[in-house]
Design a binder for this molecule. Structure first.
Ligand code: F6P
Ligand code: MN
Length: 299
């Protein structure tokens, strides 16, 4: 099934329009990566200044989203202030997650949260979320509150389109993989102990250094991803509004749980657009376990 037909049958009209716009813009972003990242020089007859890939992708998605007339504002990790628009949905995005991984051709991605309230606001006000992977395949994984669904980019005649890859995705019951960001020496002690126990239990350590890529394998294989609290950086690295909450929303729809080490990520009400928190996300029993270890160390 093609994306447009699926959205028509399964998505509220506003989120369907925003998702279709993101889908098309993601292909433009993907095609531009070798050029805008500076790996290939681009022929540019007008002589205009070339933008870095993260600025380019930010601008491409802002234009696509505001062009729908469905977004009330677009906030982005790449902008200090949101762009105001005329519609009803607040969109928060990380336009190119893991952009420092372009040179090595590791997967990178884009993350979008659709919020019903003005930003910044809590993840419990999400009405939908979506992430794009630019990996061995370009995929869209999204939820509008009724399960998690996935589409893949394929050639459709002369142009590219999106074909259904899976509906109602769920985290497998038996977890297989884990990936933790930051340097091991900097992790708070309960996280370091938990990480060692995962190895002893026979899970496999798989870490690519892009949140979207690392989470995507957790959704497929079961397990846990974390960018934990660090001893000298207790609020972690990942941004609640742009990264952690939208992925936590999708993860919850897939049967999982995401915590900041104290409670549900979706309950955090950020007061700053770029506010960060520690993140533990994936299979519910593993996330509950590390959350319990962290809480009991504090008490
Ligand atoms: O957005 C920040 C990010 O690039 C994430 O995609 C990734 O999970 C994290 O940084 C990796 O950080 P580190 O290199 O410290 O492990
Ligand atoms: Mn990011």
């Amino acid at each position: 099934m093609k994306l447009d037909e699926f959205l028509r049958l399964n998505a509220p009209e506003d989120l369907a329009g925003l998702t279709a716009a993101i889908a098309m813009a993601s292909l433009t972003v993907w095609e531009s990566i070798p050029f805008k990242s500076g790996l290939l020089s681009e022929v540019n007859p007008s002589g205009e200044t070339q933008k870095a890939i993260d600025v380019y992708s930010n601008d491409a998605f802002v234009e696509a989203l505001t062009g729908t007339g469905l977004a009330s504002e677009v906030a982005s990790e790449e902008m200090a202030e949101p762009v105001e628009a005329k519609g009803g949905v607040s969109v928060a995005m990380d336009p190119l997650d893991g952009s420092s991984n372009v040179d090595t051709n590791n997967p990178i991605g884009s993350i979008f949260g659709f919020y019903s309230k003005k930003l910044p606001t809590a993840g419990k006000n999400l009405t939908g979320a979506l992430y794009v992977t630019y990996g061995s395949m370009v995929t869209l994984t999204f939820s509008f509150g009724k399960g998690v669904h996935r589409f893949v980019a394929v050639r459709d005649g002369g142009s590219m389109g999106f074909e259904l890859l899976g509906v109602n995705l769920k985290l497998p019951a038996k977890p297989e993989v884990y990936g933790f960001g930051g340097a091991r020496k900097d992790w708070i002690p309960p996280v370091a102990r938990f990480w060692h126990s995962l190895e002893e239990r026979g899970l496999r350590n798989r870490y690519c250094g892009t949140f979207v890529g690392d989470y995507n394998q957790v959704l497929t294989r079961g397990g846990i991803f974390s960018y934990p609290a660090l001893v000298n950086r207790p609020r972690g690295k990942l941004r609640v509004l742009y990264e952690s909450a939208p992925m936590a929303y999708i993860n919850q729809q897939a049967g999982g749980y995401a915590s900041d080490g104290e409670g549900n990520i979706l309950d955090i009400a950020p007061t700053e657009l770029a506010e960060t928190s520690p993140l533990y996300i994936g299979s519910e029993p593993l996330v509950r376990e590390v959350e319990g270890d962290i809480l009991s160390e504090k008490s």
